[in-house]
Design a protein around this ligand. Structure first.
Ligand code: GDD
Ligand code: MG
Length: 361
């Protein structure tokens, strides 16, 4: 089987992290976001994975090529000279996707869940339509594509509305699809939205179905959702692979700590914390609902809540971070400084308090 992952876009909503690393390579649960998807595709029997990119893919190529062998898949890059949107890339990769005239998967690269690819393929085959969208329910549907069902035919989609301004329903597009090769014939090689242009055509042909997702789901393309997604992911890990979670008297709830990280005395870590490789945490540190990326240093008695600390950063003694703050790569927060909702660009030093949500550049 084959799969295409849409990894274009500039990931602007996940700045300042994406100023240093392309969104799909930002570590989620201590692994590049996209690796969760590659692993799940491989587990469902996918052997050909196309990554659709619209920027220079060198970093991605060098990071991901080494996983080809590990997962037994071929990973190729389909590079757009201009951003082709969410449908154009399918046309560009037509040769690979049409290879054995069988259905292929399409994924948005920023969605995290327990990917049900094998079940999705079986469901798709059974209804015989041209496409199946994975659906999930959310409280705030306006930032997603909304699915409205046909009254008489179960799972047949009657309307698909991308980012509705008025409420039409709360069952949304989870950003995972399986499509028949003939769907590519509906797409031209130009910037095209699968949500706004291709899905409505399939709906008109009464050929688009939805498959209800079980378990958690989150688009982790912005900091607030990245943190919420981390909580959900850790909860799922606690159920499925509890041996991966950290244990100890200083751990509260679900916490993931890379074995190479060092944690000081009298800390209280958790709930819902991820600590990356080579991170050094001092004594008496308190961390809650936060992610500390690779090689950062958290000094004694710092307090970190609802924050993403980017790579190679330093948080000073008695410093306090809160309110969905995000530190970019190589940021320094001086001793005793308070940061509330600050988005700090790479290589900056913060020496005075940041009381309100703002971008520090
Ligand atoms: N190759 C390529 N080229 N990929 C692109 C391009 C492009 O020009 N533009 C966007 N992408 C990729 C993004 O990297 C992402 O993986 C995916 O397409 C979707 O783009 P987002 O920018 O993340 O869209 P969204 O989150 O606002 O909405 C989409 O996802 C929702 C679920 O998270 C839509 O598919 C919604 O219908 C859906 O509900
Ligand atoms: Mg998104």
């Amino acid at each position: 089987m084959k799969g295409l992952i849409l990894v274009g876009g500039y990931g602007t909503r996940l700045r300042p992290l994406t100023l240093s690393v392309p969104k799909p390579l930002v570590e989620f649960g201590n692994r590049p976001m996209i690796l969760h998807q590659i692993e799940a595709l491989a587990a469902a029997g996918v052997t050909d994975i196309v990554l659709a990119v619209n920027y220079r893919p060198e970093v991605m190529v060098s990071t991901l090529k080494k996983y080809e062998e590990e997962y037994g898949v071929s990973i190729t890059f389909s590079v757009e000279t201009e951003p082709l949107g969410t449908a154009g890339p399918l046309k560009l990769a037509e040769k690979v996707l049409k290879k054995d005239n069988s259905p292929f998967f399409v994924l948005n690269s920023d969605v995290i869940c327990e990917y049900p690819f094998a079940e999705l393929a079986a469901f798709h085959k059974a209804h015989g339509g041209a496409g199946t969208i994975v659906a999930t329910k959310v409280d705030e549907p306006s930032k997603y594509g909304v699915i409205v069902h046909d009254r008489d035919t179960p799972n047949l989609i009657d309307r698909f509305v991308e980012k509705p301004v008025e409420f039409v329903g709360n069952r949304i597009n989870a950003g995972l699809y399986i499509l028949n090769p003939e769907v590519i014939d509906l797409i031209e090689l130009k910037p095209t939205s699968i949500e706004k242009e291709t899905f409505p055509l399939l709906v008109e042909n009464r050929s688009l179905y939805s498959f209800d997702l079980e378990g958690f789901w989150m688009d982790v393309g912005q900091p607030k959702d990245f943190l919420s997604g981390t909580c959900l992911y850790l909860t799922s890990l606690a159920k499925k692979k509890p041996e991966f979670l950290a244990k100890g008297s200083y751990i509260v709830g679900n916490v993931l700590i890379d074995p190479s990280a060092k944690i000081g005395k009298d800390c209280k870590i958790g709930p819902n914390v991820v600590i990356g490789p080579n991170v050094v945490v001092g004594d008496g540190v308190r961390i809650q609902r936060s992610v500390i990326l690779k090689s950062s240093i958290i000094k004694n008695h710092a307090l970190i809540k609802s924050t993403i600390v980017g790579w190679n950063s330093t948080v000073g003694e008695w410093a306090r971070l809160d309110g969905v703050s995000v530190l970019g790569d190589d940021v320094e927060v001086k001793d005793e400084v308070y940061v509330n909702g600050g988005k700090v660009l790479p290589h900056k030093t913060i020496s005075s308090n940041v009381e309100h949500e703002q971008i520090i550049m």
